[in-house]
Design a protein around this ligand. Structure first.
Ligand code: CU
Length: 172
C-alpha cells in the first residue's frame, strides 16, 4: 500500500533526525575541547573519542565477527589518547556490525534498527561488514572510561553481540 509505505519512510527520516540530535546532545553535555586544541565542528562523539587519522595509528587490532553472535576478542584495553586501527572480519554468513558508542547511544540506535531493520546507516564510529568481508575503523580514544561495542543488527545485540574498550587514564 503506497500511503503506508511513504508514512514509514517519513517515520524513518524523523527517527534518524532524532538520533542525530541525541548524539549531538550527548556529545556536548560533557563539554569542552580540552585535548590538545582539537576542534570538533560537529560536536559528536566526544564521549567516546573521535575518528582517528591513519598516520597516528600505533596499534592494529584484528577482530572477528561470527554468527554465534560474538566478537573475538570482545574486550580491549587502550591508553587514553591512543589511536587504534580495528581490522574487522565477518567470518559468518550474515551481515554484522561493529559499532562504538556509549551504552545509551548503542541502545537507542539498536531500538531504531529493530523498528527499521532495512535502514542503511553509517558513521565513522561504526562499520557494517558483509559475510566474508573485512572493514576497518580508525578511532582515537581521547577520553578515559569505557566505550561499548555492539552489533546493532536486529537480534544480535540482545543475543550478546557486544564488547567493550577500556580506555585507561594517564597523562592528559
Ligand atoms: Cu551481528
Amino acid at each position: 500500500m503506497k500511503i503506508s509505505s511513504s508514512l514509514l519512510t517519513l517515520g524513518a527520516a524523523l527517527v534518524v533526525a532524532g538520533a542525530a540530535n541525541f548524539a549531538f546532545a550527548n556529545g556536548t553535555h560533557e563539554g569542552g575541547h580540552e585535548h590538545g586544541g582539537h576542534e570538533h565542528a560537529d560536536g559528536e562523539h566526544q564521549a567516546i573519542g573521535q575518528p582517528g587519522v591513519a598516520s597516528a595509528v600505533k596499534r592494529t587490532i584484528a577482530v572477528k565477527m561470527s554468527d554465534d553472535m560474538r566478537f573475538t576478542p570482545s574486550n580491549f584495553s587502550v591508553k587514553r589518547g591512543e589511536t587504534v586501527r580495528f581490522v574487522i572480519k565477518n567470518v559468518g554468513q550474515v551481515k554484522h556490525e561493529f559499532v562504538l558508542g556509549t551504552e545509551a547511544e548503542l541502545k537507542e540506535h539498536y531500538e531504531m534498527m529493530k523498528k527499521f531493520p532495512t535502514m542503511e546507516h553509517s558513521d565513522p564510529s561504526m562499520v557494517t561488514v558483509a559475510p566474508g568481508k573485512t572493514e576497518e575503523i580508525v578511532w582515537n580514544f581521547s577520553r578515559a572510561g569505557r566505550v561499548e561495542i555492539g552489533c546493532l543488527q536486529p537480534g544480535h545485540f540482545d543475543a550478546g553481540m557486544r564488547g567493550a574498550v577500556s580506555v585507561l587514564g594517564g597523562k592528559k
